[in-house]
Design a protein around this ligand. Sequence first.
Ligand SMILES: Nc1nc2c(ncn2[C@@H]2O[C@H](COP(=O)(O)OP(=O)(O)OP(=O)(O)O)[C@@H](O)[C@H]2O)c(=O)[nH]1
Ligand SMILES: [Mg+2]
Ligand SMILES: [Zn+2]
Length: 316
Amino acid sequence: MQHTPGREDTSVPLTGRIVESFGRRVLVEIAPEERLPAELFGKRLSCVCGDEVTIRPAPAGTADAARVIAVAPRRSRFARTDSRGRTEVLAANLSLLAVVVAPEPASDPYITDRYLAGAALAGIRSILIVNKFDLDTATAPAFQTCIAEYRDAGYPVMLLSAARAQGIEPLQAALRGETAMLVGQSGVGKTTLTNLLAPQSMRSIRTLSPSTGEGRHTSVSTALFRLPGGGELIDSPGVRDYAPPMIEDAMVQVGWPEFLTLAPQCRFNDCLHLREPGCAVVAALATGQLSARRYDGYKRLLNIMRGLAPGYERRR
Ligand SMILES: Nc1nc2c(ncn2[C@@H]2O[C@H](COP(=O)(O)OP(=O)(O)OP(=O)(O)O)[C@@H](O)[C@H]2O)c(=O)[nH]1
Ligand SMILES: [Mg+2]
Ligand SMILES: [Zn+2]
């Protein structure tokens, strides 16, 4: 490995980018192709994939890891609410969230709704990737209807097959120059897609163990890879559920662009589109202009945010 002059002088801090994080242990890219393991210094410091950090290298000749000593201000912060209602940051400095769904394993559209809402609330654009289009089940009417609802709501939807490398070009174009993270349920093909788009990643993909039927090689870390066309792609572990950080009721609709378009026509400007008279959203539901399923997703997130849904993350 080539060393930059002065690298042995451990009093000189270096700057880098977190490219992989496993709790308090991280991998920091300090130069192209040069990645150093590091640990967070101090209990109050926290950093995640995508963070720009300052590290102090380990003293030469020791087995110690380098230490992250400072984290630069974040341009964006994508986070979740955990089962105890605390906020956990999942990635920093994202410009795009790519929610991945597939006909198999069956996707839960309510999780997709909340991912899209979480991105919007964090000021991050989002797209929906529908993977495994090669499967027969991809043409099932219920699945197709569900996908169409996102397109109608205004989200860019990309249909592709990562395994067959089909339909990839529009996604490559959408990722150019972005820092994008792939999120979604386990087994939808996030890592397969990462390996296809960022060939140097070579991550293990999930396979079903014949003995137990349980998934193996499920991704356990969040990791960033550079795309050959410019841009960065972050692969993340599959989830069972997702909810954005706690917000006020009035903010929930930020995740429903199709409601925001109609909201100025509601009688009350603080309308939550529930039982208020003169609600344009409820009127559009009655005519079928809006999806009842998406509306149900909106009410569910409102309930989670109001703490009325203790079943969040324990539904299964
Ligand atoms: N038929 C088909 N199978 C696919 C496609 N993409 C991925 N798969 C398969 O789906 C399974 C899961 O793929 P992964 O890429 O590991 O899924 P993941 O989303 O990273 O899963 P987690 O890491 O557990 O979150 C593997 O067996 C892949 O071969 C596709 O386009 N078509
Ligand atoms: Mg994976
Ligand atoms: Zn309304």
